[in-house]
Design a protein around this ligand. Structure first.
Ligand SMILES: *[C@@H]1O[C@H](CO)[C@@H](O)[C@H](O)[C@H]1NC(C)=O
Ligand SMILES: *[C@@H]1O[C@H](CO)[C@@H](O)[C@H](O)[C@H]1NC(C)=O
Length: 509
């Protein structure tokens, strides 16, 4: 063990020097590309107190504390704004959440390193790769509204991504450049803004999908990315109203005391129990996000206290009466996709007033998938997810299980984006394209992949609002059996940005 540690440290420091060298010499990381829609994007990290409850009776070995207690809800909000970046505002939010050491230690724990030096090394690597990256958008910018439109005619200072002044410009000129026609906008009035609740994958965080979610926001949607406290992320801090804190680290079955599963007193907790606990936790956080939307719409925005340290809150009052409470869609990736499907079990209902779901790469090992779905659903799989088939909890091939589930709804799509990989919808392939290319062996350009995902998602959200199908949603089935059928029967259809989609299921009603 001692020798292994020495080796690791030796390799670690050599690796460290290499990384410093590589990062200083090569543009190994790329800035995130601009969003695809017509609106400016506001960003806000928000944490609020919720009704305290224990979601699942399990106790942590390390601390003896409850593992699944819900105290606060933490989200990153991405929303449309008509305000252009002003000199007095921070242009962008750093991509890495603060403190970086929390996430570094979290990822180190996730890969099994509990020692302080290894945690420092991972923190350093994250810092080296991630610290230059910012999420485009204005922190705490006012929500898109008619008052901003009154500022037309003014001359403003335009900033670039790094916050450097680029010169003076007339607002109309800037808006025209960005293709905004806000004078006759359908999303300016009362109750017009639709919402999306997004749930991240295993080892993900609320900002791991900023390009996908910021882009959806730039098309006029209020997107809340939940930072789950279910022990699936690398690490997160719960901030109590009294100033106290609680760290929630990544959790494995081994980290829990062998507690009893409810009343079945002598049943030890299994991996499926852990999944059940985490999925229930996620569902509770989705419900709380929808309650938060209700509060924001009900003019409670000004009364909401943001428990996230150093995060502002002035934009919150702007949501009053602006949200369309009958247009809430859930979305998720991987573990989060399993969570989004689970949330549909009770939808639509008072607690879960959800009109549809966007499901990206539904989990292969993150628990059973809910089949009880009564709303339109768009399931998009990466090429990697569709090609590698595995047996799914004794129910058959994963592809078949997902296909049956979508077919049964009669109002859903199942499609595969050829040449993409499981992380293609995250920011990772945009920030470190070389590394992701080596690691995932994708054939499709990562920016094209994201644009296809974004445009299909926005087309689906628009379809939920007005019933009109566009682009890839208008296609016929091209590949009914996907990876399980004959290779020559796997037809493809071009997406808006030239990538190939395999269409497996389309609505039949
Ligand atoms: C909130 O949303 C609903 C539904 O869109 C809307 O009818 C209502 O007027 C809004 N405002 C308040 C204060 O509830
Ligand atoms: C609210 O959303 C519903 C469902 O998507 C839609 O039919 C309705 O037109 C929307 N209302 C407004 C005011 O935008």
């Amino acid at each position: 063990m001692g020798q292994l540690l020495r080796k690791t440290l030796l390799f670690g420091s050599a690796g460290l020097l290499f990384v410093i060298f590589a990062v200083s010499l090569t543009p190994i990381t790329s800035p995130l590309p601009p969003y695809t829609g017509q609106y400016e994007v506001g960003i806000l990290d928000l944490e609020t107190e919720v009704e305290r409850r224990e979601i699942y009776p399990a106790v942590l070995k390390e601390t003896g504390k409850k593992a699944f207690e819900l105290n606060t809800l933490a989200i990153t909000l991405y929303y449309p704004s008509s305000l252009l970046p002003l000199p007095s505002r921070p242009w962008a939010r750093p991509w890495l959440p603060q403190p970086v050491s929390l996430i570094g230690s979290g990822y180190a724990r996730l890969i099994g390193f509990r020692s302080a030096p290894m945690q420092s090394i991972v923190t350093f690597l994250l810092w080296a790769f991630g610290s230059k990256t910012v999420i485009p958008g204005v922190v705490d910018a006012p929500v898109l509204n008619a008052k901003n439109v009154e500022s037309l005619g003014q001359v403003i200072t335009v900033l670039d991504m790094q916050g450097q002044e680029q010169g003076q410009q007339n607002i109309e000129e800037v808006l025209e450049l960005r293709d905004v026609y806000i004078k006759s906008d359908a999303k300016l009035g009362k109750g017009t803004l639709p919402m999306v609740v997004f749930t991240h994958g295993m080892a993900g965080m609320s900002q791991s999908y900023s390009n996908l979610l910021g882009s959806i926001a730039s098309h006029g949607y209020v997107v809340a990315a939940v930072e789950h406290r279910d022990g699936s992320g690398p690490g997160t801090i719960v901030h109590y109203p009294d100033g106290g804190e609680r760290y929630v680290w990544h959790l494995k079955l081994d980290d829990l005391q062998q507690v009893m599963h409810f009343n079945r007193t002598d049943t030890p907790m299994t991996d499926l129990n852990l999944k059940e606990a985490q999925l229930n936790f996620r569902e509770a956080e989705i419900v709380e996000t929808i309650r938060l939307f209700e509060r924001l719409n009900r003019s409670d925005g000004a009364k909401i206290r943001n428990l996230k340290p150093k995060s502002p809150e002035s934009a919150l009052s702007g949501f009053e009466d602006r949200l369309n409470m009958s247009a809430i869609t859930v979305a998720g990736h991987s573990y989060g996709a399993t969570g989004a499907l689970q949330a549909l079990k009770n939808a639509p209902s008072k607690d879960m007033p959800v009109n549809g779901a966007i499901v990206l790469d539904p989990g292969k090992g993150s628990g059973l998938l809910n089949h009880d779905i009564k709303v339109p659903t768009l399931v998009m799989q990466s090429g990697e997810w569709t090609e590698k088939q595995t047996e799914f909890y004794g129910q058959g091939w994963h592809f078949d299980v997902v296909k049956n589930l979508v077919e049964k709804t009669k109002q859903g799509w199942l499609m595969t984006l050829t040449g993409s990989a499981h992380p293609s919808c995250t920011d990772a392939p945009l920030i470190v394209p070389w590394i992701m290319k080596l690691a995932t062996n994708t054939k499709l350009d990562s920016r094209v992949a994201l644009r296809e995902y974004i445009s299909a998602s926005v087309d689906f959200l628009e379809y939920l609002r007005n019933g009109e199908k566009k682009e890839v949603l208008t296609r016929e089935v091209t590949s009914p059996a996907g990876p399980l059928g004959d290779a020559e029967k796997r037809g493809k259809s071009k997406g808006k940005y030239g990538a190939d989609w395999e269409v497996h299921v389309v609505p039949t009603n």
